[in-house]
Design a protein around this ligand. Structure first.
Ligand SMILES: Cc1cc2nc3c(=O)[nH]c(=O)nc-3n(C[C@H](O)[C@H](O)[C@H](O)COP(=O)(O)O)c2cc1C
Length: 320
């Protein structure tokens, strides 16, 4: 469906994607994604054209539907004939048919079987089932990937892509065993050389210990954050939530621009640091292509051909 050699997707992520990363993943046989959620309309056009100038294979754009530039982004996606589109954080009803008419494969990110069924009713080609462990914005249900993936697999008849807490060959094997057709990894790809995230953010991730991320701001938009410097944004949100501050107070504490400040500009105190629980396991910084190759070769070394029903590694060939 995606035209890729490996069922491995580099996730769309605000402030943490770009053409260089998407092309490196694509060349290694995975699917690279541009995260449009943090891009101005001109920037998205520029990044798509940069990808297309050097890479003739499949790539994707991720559009969180709650962002202001959605209409412009969708027009760009259709005009530029982007082959795969991930939508998230909103109803897939409005845009799915429009995107599909342009020939795009449309995939919606869900956090429950109920949302998965709604996405299928809206006509999506596949869904990403993203569990509680994941970095970035998250569902309110708090369902972990291990519980969510089989529930969604049983609920819908389109391919399910597992996401949340997945970072290596073991997690790929586990996701396929749960019935997923592929995996989407976000946090793992923040920790790659081509990722445009700030070096200070990457260093902080390398040092992160288990328990240092938390799903916060559930009353505003739930997001998994990594603890930054003492007394900084993370501690302020934790204190505000403990006091029971209302939504307006939390919104004004969040303010604007903190995600860029943290992840792109490296302000570990006042910035917002979005990363998944799996950050506790990430402490190297490979090239993105090398990472894809490593995961695939380690997967093959399991010698598990036949363990994942419906998935035939050797039978897959890139169409291009
Ligand atoms: C820094 C960061 C930013 C993210 N931004 C987006 C986004 O803009 N749109 C989206 O659908 N998901 C976003 N996500 C979620 C990812 O697409 C992906 O589903 C998630 O990272 C998977 O979990 P993992 O981090 O455990 O691999 C983001 C995740 C991270 C870590």
């Amino acid at each position: 469906m995606l035209g890729v050699r490996h069922p491995l997707i580099q996730a769309g992520m605000v402030w943490c994607t770009g053409a260089e990363l998407a092309v490196a993943v694509g060349r290694a046989g995975g699917l690279g994604t541009l995260g449009a959620g943090s891009m101005y309309p001109d920037e998205l056009i520029h990044e798509i054209q940069k990808v297309k100038a050097v890479w003739g294979g499949p790539f994707a754009v991720n559009v969180p539907l709650l962002y202001p530039a959605v209409e412009e982004h969708m027009a760009t996606i259709v005009r530029e004939r982007v082959p795969v589109v991930f939508t998230s954080a909103g109803s897939p009803r409005k845009w799915t048919q429009y995107l599909k008419e342009s020939g795009a494969v449309v995939i919606h990110v869900v956090s429950s079987a109920v949302f998965a069924r709604k996405a299928v009713d809206a006509g999506v080609d596949a869904v990403v089932a993203e569990g509680f462990e994941a970095g970035g914005h998250n569902g309110r249900e708090e369902t972990t990937t291990l519980c969510l993936v089989p529930e969604v697999v049983d609920a819908v008849d389109v391919p399910v892509i597992a996401a949340g807490g997945l970072h290596d060959a073991r997690s790929l094997l586990a996701a396929l065993a749960l019935g997923a057709s592929g995996v989407q990894m976000g946090s793992r790809f923040v920790m790659t050389r081509e990722n445009p995230a700030h070096a200070a953010f990457k260093r902080r991730i390398a040092e992160a210990q288990a328990g240092e991320t938390r799903l916060m701001l559930k009353d505003v938009t739930p997001v998994r954050l990594l603890r930054g410097e003492e007394g900084g944004f993370f501690d302020q949100v934790a204190a505000a939530e403990e006091r029971g501050d209302d939504v307006n107070a939390l919104r004004s504490l969040l303010g604007r621009g903190r995600a860029k400040q943290g992840m792109r500009m490296g302000d570990l105190k006042e910035g917002e640091l979005e990363i998944g629980q799996v950050s506790a396991l990430l402490n190297d910084l490979p090239g993105a292509g090398e990472l894809v190759e490593r995961i695939v070769s380690e997967y093959r070394a399991f010698g598990t051909q036949g363990m994942s029903p419906g998935f035939d590694w050797e039978g897959l060939h890139a169409p291009q």
